[in-house]
Write a protein that binds this ligand. Structure first.
Ligand SMILES: Nc1ncnc2c1ncn2[C@@H]1O[C@H](COP(=O)(O)OP(=O)(O)OP(=O)(O)O)[C@@H](O)[C@H]1O
Ligand SMILES: [K+]
Ligand SMILES: [Mg+2]
Length: 676
C-alpha cells in the first residue's frame, strides 16, 4: 500500500463535506450524544426563527437565525472531522477493490481434471492450479510446487517473493500474481472472508468498534453533558425568582458552550486517524484495541526463524562424523528428506544436486514418512527393510539414538558447536543406532535489527527471542540481532508460557511470529503481529499483520499507540479547560443587568451580553476545525517518562486550554460587537 500514502486530496475533502451533511441524520447523530444535544439545540432555535415567541421569549428572529447557524456549523464541523478521517481509508478501499475483481480460476475436480470456474465460486478446500502470469484466485496454501509471486497489489513491495509447499512460506494471498513457475494451491477461505476482504473492511472502517478506552471516555463525557443539561434546564427557575427572563437561545448557547463539544466532535476522528496511521506503515491492525494496547507494551517476544532471520534456512554443508564418509552422510540426509516438503528438507536434496552427489531413491520406496513436528524436532522415514532414518535437532537425535542403545560419536558435539556458533542450525542424521553426521542449515539475520532493538530499549521495551532452535545457535543470533534475552528449544507451549508469565506480572506483551507453531502465542499476546510472509494460521491468530514482514515495525506501532492515547488525553484536557473560559464569557452576560454584583465575574469585558454569547458560541464552533490537523496527525511523541509527559501535556493543553478561549473570544467579540 506504499504508493497510496497520499495526504488529503481534494476528492477526499469534497467527499467529507458531503458526508458531513449526510451524517446530520438524527439516527446517525444519536451515536454521539454530545453532538446530538447540539443538533437538538439547532432544531429548537430553527423553530424559533419562524415562531420567536414559541416559548414566550422576546428574542429577534435575526438573533435566533445567527445562533441556529452557528449550532449547525458546530455539528457540521464535528461530522467533517470524522468524515475526513474515514475518507482516506475509503479511498484506499476503492483501490483494493479493483484488485479483487472476479477472475477465472483453474480448479481441479475430484477426477483431477482442470475445470475453469470463477474465483467467486471457490470454497475452502478447493484445489486450484496457478501458472506463470496468472493471478492467484483466492487465499490459500501451496500444496505442490514453488513459484515467485508478485505481492505488490497488497504490500506495495515490487520484489517478488518465493512461495513453496511445506514450511512457513506456503501461504498465498488472493489477488497476487505468479511471476514464474506454477503452483497447486488449496483454497483456505470462503468468499467474502479473504484477506483482501478483511483488509477492505478494515480500511473502510466498516468493522470499526469503539475501544474500551474510548467507551470509558465517552461515558464520562456523556455524564458531564447530562449534568450540564440538568444545570441549564433548572436555571430558569432561579432566574424566575430573581425576576430575570432567560431566553431559550441564550440557554442553548450556554449549554453548548459548557458541554465538551471539542473532544466530543474530535474523539472519533482521533481513533480512526490512529488506525489509519498504522496502515500507512503497511501494518494492518484488526482492531483499535490492539493499537492502543501497543502504546503500553513493555515486553516483546520475537520468534527467531522467519521473524528475526529471513527463515529460508538452506542446507549448505554435510559434515560426516563417527568415521563415515561425506557421501554416506549425504545419502542418509537425502533419504530422510525424500518426502520432507519443508524448505529445510528440500534444500538437502538441492545441496546433493549441487555437489554432484548421487543417491538411489529406490531405497525410499514404500517407506513410511515421518513429517517434521515442532514437538519431536525430527523428520524422517521408516524403510521397508525396517531401518529407521531420522534427521533433526542435534539433542533430539542424540536422545533418539541413545534410547535405542546407540552411542554418540565424540566429534558430533564440537562440530555442531562450530555450526551453531556461526549462527547456523545443525541437524544430525541417524539411522537406527548410528549417527552419520551433520547438515549445516544457514540463515541470515534481517538487516538493521540491532539498531531497532536498541531503540526499543530506549522506549523501555524488553525484547525476548523465543526459538525452537538449540541454545548455542540461539545465543549467536541473539547477540547478532541485539535482543535483551532469549529462550531456546522452546515448544509452542513454552512460547505461550513466557507470555503468560509476563502478563501475570501485569505487563502488556506483544508477540511477533510467522509460523504455525507461533499461532497460539500470537493469539495469547495482547498485541500479536504476524509476518505477511508467514502461514495462514499465524495471520489468523494475530491481531496485526505486517505486510513488510519486519518485526521491528513494532516500534512504529508502539509510537502510534502512545500518540493515540496522548492525543485523546490532550484534547480532552483542552476541551474541558476551554469550557471554563466560556463560562466566564456567558454567565456574567446573562445575569449582569439583574445582578450588578456579577460585574466581579465579568473579567473578559465583552461588548454586550448578546455579542458575548455569540462570540463564545462562535469560538466553540471554530475550535473544532482548527484542531482537526492535530487530531489527525496526533500530538508529538518523544520517548520520555510518563510522569514527565503528563506534566508537559497538562501545561500545554490545560493552561493553553484556559488561555486560548479568553483571547479568542475577546477578538471575536470585538468583531461581532462592531457588526451588530
Ligand atoms: N524439516 C526438518 N526436519 C528435521 N528437523 C528440523 C526440520 N526443520 C527444523 N528442524 C529442527 O527442529 C528445530 C525446531 O524447529 P522449529 O520450526 O520448531 O523452530 P525454529 O524454526 O528453529 O525456530 P523459530 O521458533 O524461531 O521459528 C530446528 O531448530 C531444527 O533443529
Ligand atoms: K463546549
Ligand atoms: Mg518461525
Amino acid at each position: 500500500m506504499k504508493e497510496k500514502k497520499t495526504m488529503m486530496s481534494t476528492a477526499i475533502i469534497r467527499g467529507a463535506i458531503k458526508e458531513s451533511f449526510l451524517k446530520l441524520d438524527p439516527r446517525v447523530m444519536v451515536r454521539n450524544p454530545i453532538m446530538f444535544v447540539v443538533e437538538i439545540g439547532f432544531i429548537i432555535t430553527l423553530a424559533l426563527i419562524f415562531v420567536p415567541d414559541l416559548f414566550g421569549g422576546s428574542v429577534s428572529s435575526g438573533y435566533n437565525l445567527t445562533v441556529a447557524f452557528i449550532l449547525l456549523f458546530t455539528v457540521l464541523f464535528a461530522n467533517f472531522a470524522e468524515a475526513l478521517a474515514e475518507g482516506r481509508g475509503r479511498a484506499q478501499a476503492d483501490t483494493l477493490k479493483k484488485t479483487k475483481q472476479d477472475m477465472k480460476a483453474n480448479k481441479l475436480n475430484s477426477l483431477n481434471q482442470v475445470k475453469q470456474v470463477l474465483s467467486s465460486e471457490l470454497r475452502k478446500g478447493d484445489i486450484v492450479i496457478v501458472a506463470q502470469g496468472e493471478t492467484i484466485p483466492g487465499d490459500g496454501e501451496v500444496i505442490e510446487g514453488l513459484a515467485s509471486v508478485d505481492e505488490s497489489a497488497i504490500t506495495g513491495e515490487s520484489a517478488p517473493v518465493i512461495k513453496e509447499a511445506g514450511g512457513d512460506f506456503s501461504s498465498v494471498t488472493g489477488g497476487t500474481r505468479v511471476v514464474s513457475d506454477r503452483i497447486t494451491v488449496r483454497i483456505t477461505s470462503d468468499p467474502g472472508e479473504s484477506f483482501l476482504d478483511r483488509m477492505i473492511a478494515l480500511v473502510e472502517g466498516a468493522k470499526r468498534q469503539k475501544t474500551p478506552n474510548e467507551i470509558a471516555l465517552s461515558t464520562v463525557l456523556t455524564s458531564l453533558t447530562l449534568i450540564f443539561l440538568i444545570v441549564v434546564v433548572t436555571l430558569p427557575f432561579f432566574a424566575d425568582y430573581l425576576e430575570i427572563q432567560l431566553e431559550i437561545p441564550m440557554l442553548i448557547a450556554l449549554l453548548v458552550c459548557l458541554i465538551p463539544t471539542t473532544i466530543g466532535g474530535l474523539l472519533s476522528a482521533i481513533g480512526i486517524a490512529g488506525m489509519d496511521r498504522v496502515t500507512q506503515f503497511n501494518v494492518l491492525a484488526m482492531s483499535g484495541k490492539a493499537v492502543e494496547a501497543a502504546g503500553d507494551i513493555t515486553t516483546i517476544i520475537l520468534d527467531k526463524t522467519g521473524t528475526i532471520t529471513f527463515g529460508n534456512r538452506m542446507a549448505s554443508e554435510f559434515t560426516p562424523v563417527g568415521g563415515h564418509e561425506e557421501q554416506e552422510t549425504a545419502l542418509w540426509a537425502a533419504i530422510s528428506s525424500l518426502k520432507d516438503e519443508t524448505p529445510e528438507g528440500r534444500s538437502v536434496l538441492e545441496l546433493m544436486r549441487k555437489q554432484g552427489l548421487a543417491y538411489d531413491p529406490a531405497i525410499g520406496e514404500d517407506a513410511e514418512f515421518h513429517e517434521f513436528k515442532a514437538e519431536t524436532r525430527m523428520s524422517g522415514m521408516d524403510l521397508r527393510d525396517g531401518r529407521k532414518v531420522r534427521k533433526g535437532a542435534v539433542d533430539a537425535v542424540k536422545k533418539w539414538v541413545v534410547s535405542q542403545g546407540g552411542r554418540v560419536p565424540k566429534e558430533l558435539d564440537p562440530n555442531s558447536e562450530r555450526i551453531a556458533k556461526a549462527g547456523g542450525t545443525p541437524l544430525a542424521i541417524a539411522v537406527d543406532q548410528e549417527i552419520y553426521g551433520l547438515i549445516y542449515l544457514k540463515d541470515t539475520v534481517k538487516p538493521g535489527m540491532k539498531e531497532r532493538f536498541e531503540q526499543m530499549r530506549q522506549m523501555g521495551i524488553k525484547t525476548i527471542m523465543c526459538t525452537g532452535d538449540n541454545p548455542l545457535t540461539a545465543a549467536t543470533i541473539a547477540i547478532e540481532a541485539g535482543v535483551d534475552d532469549f529462550i531456546a528449544e522452546s515448544t509452542p507451549e513454552d512460547k505461550i508460557a513466557v507470555i503468560r508469565r509476563e502478563q501475570a506480572e501485569g505487563k502488556l506483551v506483544a508477540m511477533t511470529g510467522d509460523g504455525t507453531n507461533d499461532a497460539p502465542a500470537l493469539a495469547q499476546a495482547d498485541v500479536g503481529i504476524a509476518m505477511n510472509s508467514g502461514t495462514v494460521a499465524a495471520k489468523e491468530a494475530a491481531n496485526m499483520v505486517d505486510l513488510d514482514s519486519d518485526p521491528s515495525k513494532i516500534i512504529e506501532v508502539v509510537s502510534i499507540g502512545k500518540q493515540l492515547l496522548m492525543t485523546r488525553g490532550a484534547l480532552t484536557t483542552f476541551s474541558i479547560a476551554n469550557d471554563i473560559a466560556k463560562y466566564f464569557a456567558i454567565i456574567p452576560a446573562m445575569f449582569m443587568l439583574a445582578i450588578p454584583q456579577m460585574e466581579a465575574l465579568n473579567i473578559m469585558r465583552l461588548g454586550s451580553p448578546e455579542s458575548a454569547i455569540l462570540s463564545a458560541l462562535i469560538f466553540n464552533a471554530v475550535i473544532i476545525p482548527l484542531l482537526i490537523p492535530l487530531a489527525m496527525k496526533g500530538v508529538a511523541y518523544k520517548p520520555m517518562s510518563s510522569a514527565a509527559l503528563l506534566q508537559r501535556n497538562l501545561i500545554i493543553y490545560g493552561l493553553g486550554g484556559v488561555v486560548a478561549p479568553f483571547l479568542g473570544i475577546k477578538v471575536i467579540d470585538l468583531a461581532v460587537h462592531l457588526w451588530i
